[in-house]
Write a protein that binds this ligand. Structure first.
Ligand SMILES: Nc1nc2c(ncn2[C@@H]2O[C@H](COP(=O)(O)OP(=O)(O)OP(=O)(O)O)[C@@H](O)[C@H]2O)c(=O)[nH]1
Ligand SMILES: [Mg+2]
Length: 337
């Protein structure tokens, strides 16, 4: 069946690049509303044109300042820029949201730039999916550069950056031990490394340390991640960053690695969605939350264990599905048993 007129007009308006429609579509995927799935199905044929740039790094490294300057550079080239920032609800970066708003205020007034924050709070695991969907919506709306900013802590956020066409990791001078600490998490996902705040002491030693680390971790694709030095606050090095981004994209086109990466991203998106859907379906009933509370209590007081608890939930939802779902589900579970 075709979509309702209301829905198809939302798609049409998104594709026409209407800001309000874009905002509404993103809210739908963020809330996980009923018609979000149909919306994303309709959006999909219009995607795949923009370049997705993921920017990650420690709290306060200057990611938003860089995004701001990079966006201005793209605007000078008459490109439309979509920015999705993951609202850092982590205690590490208090006050950042307000700072972002102020820093990006000038951009926000430009109709060629769309800025959206995604909340990490209260998003039951769906953050990565919602963010990637938001990027797809912006892509469909004709934004040719899609920038995702995220603090490089937490699995979800690393996944989000991995789903970008180009991943930029932002460091600052004098991190020393920090480099070691974050190495495990985000070093291997960086296609480009930025040493921002290059106006500060210790740029040289940070660069040397980074070079040493990078030389150890030879990449399978043969790409040598460049190190770009920037001073975001003074708009210095932003051109170099843009050049690095373009060269990585060209490298991918030339070597056909883009196909591999796209396949890996597609696989990840399917699994992410499957996980979301299965979880939502399993916890869909009114009694699910009570059951969860009861099982949590049982595990906490050691009357049960987490494995048995999960088995009980799965059994429960299977029986429910068999009861409601008619012949097909029943047949299926019969063959399984
Ligand atoms: N000295 C100096 N300060 C900078 C530079 N870039 C950014 N800053 C400052 O560093 C602070 C943090 O910058 P943001 O751009 O908010 O950093 P962020 O990485 O987005 O921070 P979170 O989103 O909170 O993780 C601000 O006070 C900026 O003005 C730089 O190149 N040199
Ligand atoms: Mg920021």
């Amino acid at each position: 069946m075709s979509a309702t007129p209301e829905k198809s007009s939302l798609i049409e308006r998104v594709v026409a690049g209407e800001t309000r429609a874009v905002a509404r579509a993103i809210s739908k995927v963020e809330d996980g509303s009923e018609d979000a799935a149909q919306l994303m199905k309709d959006i999909f044929p219009h995607t795949g044109r923009g370049l997705v740039v993921g920017i990650t790094g420690a709290p306060g490294a200057g990611k938003s300042s860089l995004v701001d300057k990079l966006a201005s550079l793209y605007r000078d080239r008459k490109e439309r820029v979509g920015i999705v920032a993951i609202d850092p609800s982590s205690p590490f970066s208090g006050g950042a949201i307000l700072g972002d708003r102020i820093r990006m205020q000038a951009l926000g007034l430009d109709p060629g730039v769309f800025i959206r924050s995604m909340a990490t709070r209260g998003n039951l695991g769906g953050l990565a999916r919602a963010t990637v969907d938001a990027v797809s919506i912006l892509d469909a709306a004709g934004y040719s550069k899609l920038v995702v900013e995220t603090v490089g802590v937490g699995q979800d956020e690393v996944e989000i950056v991995k789903a970008a066409d180009v991943s930029v990791v932002v460091l600052v001078p004098g991190m020393g031990d920090d480099i070691q600490a974050i190495k495990a998490g985000i070093m291997e996902i960086g296609d480009i490394f930025v040493i921002n705040k290059a106006d500060r002491e210790g740029v040289y030693s940070t660069e040397k340390e980074l070079e040493a680390l990078l030389s150890l971790s030879g990449r399978e694709d043969g790409w040598q991640p460049p190190i770009v030095k920037t001073i975001a606050t003074e708009s210095k090095g932003i051109d170099d960053l843009a050049v690095a981004i373009e060269s990585y994209r060209d490298f991918h086109f030339r070597t056909n690695l883009g196909t591999q990466r796209r396949r890996a991203i597609a696989r990840w998106r399917i699994l992410e969605l499957l996980r979301d859907r299965l979880l939502a379906r399993t916890l869909a009933s009114d009694s699910a939350s009570d059951t969860l509370d009861r099982l949590a209590e049982e595990v906490a007081t050691r009357r049960s264990d987490p494995y048995s608890a999960v088995e009980e939930i799965i059994e429960g939802s299977r029986h429910k599905a068999a009861g409601e779902g008619g012949a097909q589900t029943t047949d299926h579970s019969t063959t399984l048993d």
